[in-house]
Design a binder for this molecule. Structure first.
Ligand SMILES: *Cc1c(COP(=O)(O)O)cnc(C)c1O
Length: 404
């Protein structure tokens, strides 16, 4: 085993060596600008971009022309939401999203609220799923866009995208899906799912950082979005700027590998996820799984370890890269807004860890991580008076704490 162990694959992933290999020539020999129409350097670059568009389209079940390259999913989300809002504001000023979305969606929605749009932030159930009834009920004749993610980056919960797509179609509302954590891990079909706009990012699927894409539906309906960036009119006028050719080549290859290996990889991830979960649950009491038990990515495990601080746990696990359910803001440690939205109390939200399994994790690493998590939780609980009291049968809610 090599240390440190990386088990934080929702934050980013290493570039697959096969992806790296196809990218390299595009930094040096084949360095052309795909917008150069009058020489072979440009044509070669354009050919590479076309190939990548095809590879992505194959994974999403769309046409190559419907792919717009961006710098990543943050930009794709901004472009989809703000671009659709600007284009369709005469039709209505209402947008629907969900409280557990990525900040790139929530903050785009907040920006639009400042610009006079109305946004409904739907709650989720305690398993992290949004209710279809709630989506349906939130739609008004002013609604122009629904933005709901495919798989959550913290708890891995998979939303009922195809069902939401049906509702959106029925009501004639555009449907954007932040599929950054879903693409390449679970099957995605923009036709079957009724998605009109879909965001993805290369660095979450073993491609390079700084490149992503937005799928923009061309037919039934033809979706139009206003650009965020003005310039040379690249990408059908929706995203100006010289294309990042090596990045695009890498994104395309990453998509092709995912498409070919997804079924086998998902089965392997599922086995590792279940092994990690059962080892930890067998080794410890008072451990709680966050998010739906089955409707989740095979790569994700999010658990709360009562009476232990997630941050202290991470300090005790320095040779393992994991995430806790607390976000460091400048002054304090905020419990994750995603876990809070599930109704997880502040204590348990602070005591959570996110395990993000990936392509390069091994069974040996899973066993090691489980062993070290168990050891560390036991050691920290031994120092916890609260855990001791709870074990002695004292109801902590009945304890009168001294004021100070
Ligand atoms: C990582 C992530 C993003 C942001 O993607 P970048 O390419 O890093 O900008 C957006 N949404 C979700 C769900 C993500 O996991």
């Amino acid at each position: 085993m090599e240390f440190p162990i990386f088990m934080d694959n929702h934050s980013t992933t290493p570039v697959d060596p096969r992806v790296m290999e196809v990218m390299i020539p595009y930094f040096t020999k084949a360095f052309g600008n795909s917008a150069s129409r009058n020489h072979s350097f440009g044509w070669e670059a354009e050919k590479a971009v076309d190939r990548a568009r095809g590879q992505i389209a194959q994974l999403l079940h769309c046409q190559a022309k419907e792919i717009i390259f961006t710098s990543g999913a943050t930009e794709s989300n901004n472009l989809a939401i703000k671009g659709a809002a600007e284009m369709y504001h005469e039709k209505g000023n209402h947008i629907i999203t969900v409280v557990t979305e990525h900040k790139a969606v929530l903050d785009s929605a907040k920006r639009l609220e400042r610009d006079g749009f109305e946004v409904t932030y739907l709650p989720v159930e305690s398993d992290g799923l949004v209710s279809l009834e709630a989506v349906k009920d939130a739609i008004t004749d002013k609604t122009i866009l629904i933005s709901i993610m495919m798989a959550n980056n913290e708890i891995g919960v998979i939303q009922p995208i195809a069902e939401i797509g049906v509702i959106a179609k029925e009501k004639g509302v555009l449907f954007h899906c932040d599929a950054t954590q879903g693409v390449g891990k679970i099957p995605v079909d923009v036709q079957a799912m009724g998605v009109d706009l879909l965001s993805l990012s290369a660095h979450k699927i073993y491609g390079p950082k700084g490149i992503g894409a937005l799928y923009v539906r061309k037919r039934n309906p033809r979706v139009r979005i206003a650009p965020l960036i003005d310039g040379g009119g690249h990408e059908r006028g929706m995203r100006s700027g010289t294309l990042n050719i090596p990045g695009i080549v890498g994104l395309g290859e990453a998509c092709e590998i995912c498409e070919k290996e997804m079924t086998e990889e998902a089965a392997r991830m599922k086995r590792m996820q279940q092994r990690l979960q059962s080892l930890i649950m067998e080794g410890l009491d008072e451990v709680y799984l966050n998010g739906h038990g089955e409707k989740r990515l095979p790569q994700n495990l999010n658990m709360s370890f009562a009476y232990v601080e997630g941050e202290s746990l991470l300090m005790g696990l320095k040779e393992i890269a994991l995430s806790s359910g607390s976000a460091c803001t400048t002054a304090s440690l905020e419990p994750s807004y995603v876990l809070r939205a599930l109704g997880v109390g502040s204590d348990l939200a602070h005591s959570s860890l996110r395990f993000g399994l990936g392509r390069f994790n091994t069974d040996e690493e899973v066993d090691y991580v489980a062993k070290r998590v168990i050891e560390t939780v036991i050691r920290l609980r031994e120092m916890s008076p609260l855990y001791e009291m709870a074990k002695e049968g004292i109801d902590l809610k009945s304890v009168q704490w001294a004021e100070h």
